[in-house]
Ligand binder design. Structure first.
Ligand SMILES: [Zn+2]
Ligand SMILES: [Zn+2]
Length: 144
């Protein structure tokens, strides 16, 4: 897999010879980037889903249910760190989940967060510090 990636990048970099139009293209690129980022923040809710669906096979990561054009609307994009504004272009924060598994994932996150907050308040009355997912692994292990 690494090898085929290398071959690809070699083929592409071998083809780039700078022409005048490319330099002009690079100069107008800044305008484009500004426009793009504006567009992205407006349509963020849709664009990251499309990107994720292009990037990953249409399969629920949790229950491995497969999806097709007919029912793709039931496949959703989950943010692994639960931050919907964190959308790295390599898709590392995305996970494709069916509606049911996505619901479960969020219920678990809420439960864990609530437990953490309650425990922190009872013991010290101060702000909870440290790792938000510290007890998530325990929860997961227990459910197995
Ligand atoms: Zn699922
Ligand atoms: Zn989610």
């Amino acid at each position: 897999m690494i090898q085929s990636g290398l071959i690809y990048s070699r083929v592409f970099s071998g083809c780039t010879s700078r022409s005048e139009s490319q330099i002009l293209g690079a100069m107008s690129k800044l305008d484009k980037v500004v426009a793009e980022s504006r567009k992205n923040s407006e349509a963020r809710g849709h664009s990251y889903r499309e990107q994720a669906l292009k990037m990953y096979p249409w399969i629920c990561t949790k229950c491995t249910r497969e999806f097709s054009r007919e029912n793709i609307s039931e496949l959703t994009v989950h943010h692994k760190d639960h931050n919907h504004d964190n959308n790295p272009q390599d898709g590392s924060n995305w996970e494709l989940l069916c509606l049911y598994c996505h619901d479960n994932e969020h219920m678990r996150h809420l439960d864990a967060a609530a437990t953490k907050v309650n425990a922190g308040n009872e013991r010290t009355g101060t702000h909870a510090t440290g790792k938000p997912f510290a007890n998530l692994k325990d929860l997961l292990d227990r459910q197995r």
